[in-house]
Ligand binder design. Sequence first.
Ligand code: C6P
Length: 405
Amino acid sequence: MDIKAVREDFPLLKEYGDIAYLDNAATTQKPYFVIEAEKNFYERENANPMRGLYELSQRATDIYEKARESVRDFINAKSTKEIVFTRNATESLNLLAYSYGELLEEGDEIAVTVVEHHSNLIPWQQIAKRKGLAIRWIECEDDGTISEEALKKAISDRTKIVAMTQISNVLGIENDIKKYARIAHEAGAIFVCDGAQSVPHIFVDVEELDVDFLVFSGHKMLGPMGIGVLYGKEKYLEKMPPFLFGGEMIEYVTREDSTWNELPHKFEAGTVNAAGATGLMAAIDYYKRLGFSNIIERENYLSRFAYNILKDIPEVNILGSRDADMHHGIFSFTVDGVHPHDIAEILSSDGICVRAGHHCAQVLMQHMKTMSTARASIAFYNTEEEIERFAESLSTLRRRMGYVK
Ligand code: C6P
């Protein structure tokens, strides 16, 4: 991959060539093609999709549905009926918890791991409170991985849902989703996969994994903010009640009652984000243009490169696995005696962008007996030079905070 040429595709990276953007797990930068696709929608296709009978509205509908097909193809879903557009992974999980939760009964159980992002936890907690369900915790190993034993321990004959992230946004570890979905199914539960950190970085094939639901966000995979995806098996989506009510999600309305539109429109109430969907389609096209396997290869290489430098800085403690390949470009770390917010601020003064805090994973922080960490996260467009600058800045950090060594 010609990284110099690739970086030319990203206006922000060109504009601010002197910053090292290492917060890709929070959101990625956007290539021209994505920005242009959104702009083009508003300049040439803009009308309310699915509403008008005139040609422009038809065009808006067509491009929106084309985007849905491109997402279907990207994750290998059977049908576009199984692709619901939302605002982001968070909204997808709220939809799911609210709607699938309606099908559950008092005493039913939901198993979640301690490494989950709040978005794959709080919606379940809330529905559990409302409906008298129980949350069961799937504990993790010291490196953040989930063992088969831990999963089996958390499952009972009352378990109806197992919710698990494929890649942790804090530790980068990957769970064996195919195996764990099978175990959930054997126990009679459905399996919900949080793909917010995996879909952008590894091949995710819903048929192969046999997950019942998968959620992800466009903005973490080069796409625009405000567009996300809920994939769900048709048989479950059919059974679920709508989450939001209003325009376009209905079939027929009388004074007394209403019936619902067919999938996926039943879950897309109100005017949709067609420009965002178009941008997401452009992001998927860009993945294909570069070759997803080339992207994965490059990210694995950079991940190993970063790990091997960071592990040799004595005052830096990397959380999670000691295996470079288990990080998927995500490194949470602490520096002896320096608060993570100070780490992020000093790095920022050197033009390096990392995140600091609890990363919306406070249960994991409690498990690791810490309040916060700093986190660097890599994308294929990062360079070796950026990672070296980051390491160099880190290794002078303690001295700049006033420590002698
Ligand atoms: N994690 C991070 O910096 P949204 O905000 O809806 O696009 O994605 C939510 C979400 C769900 N699951 C996982 C595993 C995630 O990492 C995220 C978002 C960002 O780690 C922002 S908190």
